[in-house]
Write a protein that binds this ligand. Structure first.
Ligand code: ADP
Length: 392
């Protein structure tokens, strides 16, 4: 059966999924992850249709070797009719998915300055996959593309205009594929076309962002030039006073790069709790009376409510608020704490529905007295597969 291969290539990992083309099912027939690539204990793990997990050591494999291993897992590699690649940054060049050719690759390379950790790895994955599947279309699906509809008052920062003109400093936004997917699903749930849906989608994973969707288009979003802005995250600070950078560099004698590293890797849930970047650990410790874990959880929910409120400024109607991502799909505690602070937006949860809608369940968790609140598991791979399929 014809299928689409989806590849999400990082600097030391490759996530992949295979979707049968004809059945339009949202579950992949094969899914897996190659990780610790480039070290000496790389591994590949995968699940087939039976959902059993298999693991294999890959030794010192890099990305191209890992892709060859992934290819060998496909029962019928000749059935793959297109490859969809997740690409983090498409800059201002891409407002939708693109068939990859030399020009597109060159443009992606130019966008690397904006995402130095991600785009070079995405490009390496594309070129390695192209050499394994030279005859079929390869399609780039961008985290930034959905947000290209932001109006200029939302995407421009109030900084010297030359920073935008000369250095492309602006809000790009990320998680676009996820915001679009859950927005579309929310519209379907409400029985209206996506083009008539207005709401706020909240993606809470290791990275967290929220998006105001106005009549099916991204109108504002919390992440900015980089995925550091906006909500508090696992290890990222989210938005802070920009004066803190210089202040802490002067106070400690460290370099700006060290400050940036701390804001990216040692802040957020980890930085405040001193325990973990993992919400499960933080929640469990908070419930056990760990004061800094409880504080991390409180700040996380406060920031979430505050940013959600601010995004409402871009809307004239709130059809629904939608939670997704590992935390959004599973943490009844975070949803309930944040929504308590969103009463002004008409949010009031049904505590039983909130508690039950976890572990892949989707549905409505408000109590019916005000704004609709939905939990919708994201499926970025499926969106990427669907996009790639349109080029096959
Ligand atoms: P990524 O952004 O890497 O795709 P995920 O969307 O899987 O990550 O989200 C990871 C986050 O989801 C982690 O903080 C994890 O603790 C959290 N999470 C997963 N399950 C639960 C749960 N049952 N309760 C609270 N948080 C959870």
């Amino acid at each position: 059966m014809e299928s689409i291969l989806v590849i999400n290539c990082g600097s030391s990992s490759v996530k992949f999924a295979v979707f049968p083309l004809e059945t339009h099912q949202s579950e992949p027939s094969l899914t897996g992850l190659a990780e610790r690539l480039g070290s000496d204990d790389a591994t590949l793990s995968w699940k087939d249709e039976t959902r059993t997990k298999t693991e294999k050591a890959l030794g010192t494999a890099g990305v191209p070797d890992a892709l060859k291993e992934i290819l060998s897992l496909l029962p019928h590699p000749e059935d793959v009719v297109a490859v969809g690649h997740r690409v983090v940054h498409g800059g201002e060049a891409f407002s939708s998915s693109a068939l990859i050719d030399e020009d597109v690759l060159r443009t992606l390379d130019e966008c690397s300055a904006l995402a130095p950790l991600h785009n070079p790895a995405n490009i390496a994955g594309i070129t390695a996959a192209q050499s394994l599947f030279p005859e079929i279309p390869h399609v780039a699906v961008f985290d930034t593309a959905f947000h290209q509809t932001l109006p200029e008052q939302a995407y421009l920062y109030p900084v010297p205009y030359a920073w935008y003109e000369e250095h492309k400093v602006r809000r790009y936004g990320f998680h676009g594929t996820s915001h679009q997917y859950v927005g579309q699903e929310a519209a379907a749930f409400l029985g209206k076309p996506f083009s008539e849906f207005s709401g706020i989608t909240i993606h809470l994973g290791n990275g967290c962002s929220a998006c105001a969707i106005r009549e099916g288009r991204s109108a504002d979003t919390s992440m900015g030039l980089s995925p550091l802005e906006g909500l508090m995250m696992g290890t990222r600070s989210g938005s802070i006073d920009p004066a803190i950078h210089e202040f802490i560099a002067n106070a400690t004698g460290c370099e700006l790069a060290d400050v940036m590293s701390a804001l990216n890797r040692e802040s957020g849930l980890l930085g405040v709790s001193g325990l973990s970047n993992d919400m499960r650990t933080v929640e469990a410790a908070a419930a056990d009376g760990h004061p800094r874990a409880a504080l991390a959880l409180k700040i996380f929910c406060h920031q979430l409510a505050k940013v959600t409120m601010s995004l409402a400024a871009s809307l004239t109607r709130l059809d629904a608020i939608v939670f997704t991502g590992g935390i959004g799909e599973n943490s009844a505690t975070v949803r309930s704490m944040a929504c308590e602070q969103l009463a002004l937006l008409g949010l009031s949860l049904d505590s039983a529905a909130n508690a039950e809608t976890v572990r892949g369940e989707s549905g409505r968790i408000d109590d019916g007295t005000g704004t609709t609140c939905l939990v919708i598991p994201t499926n970025e791979e499926k969106m990427i597969a669907d996009s790639a399929a349109t080029f096959s």
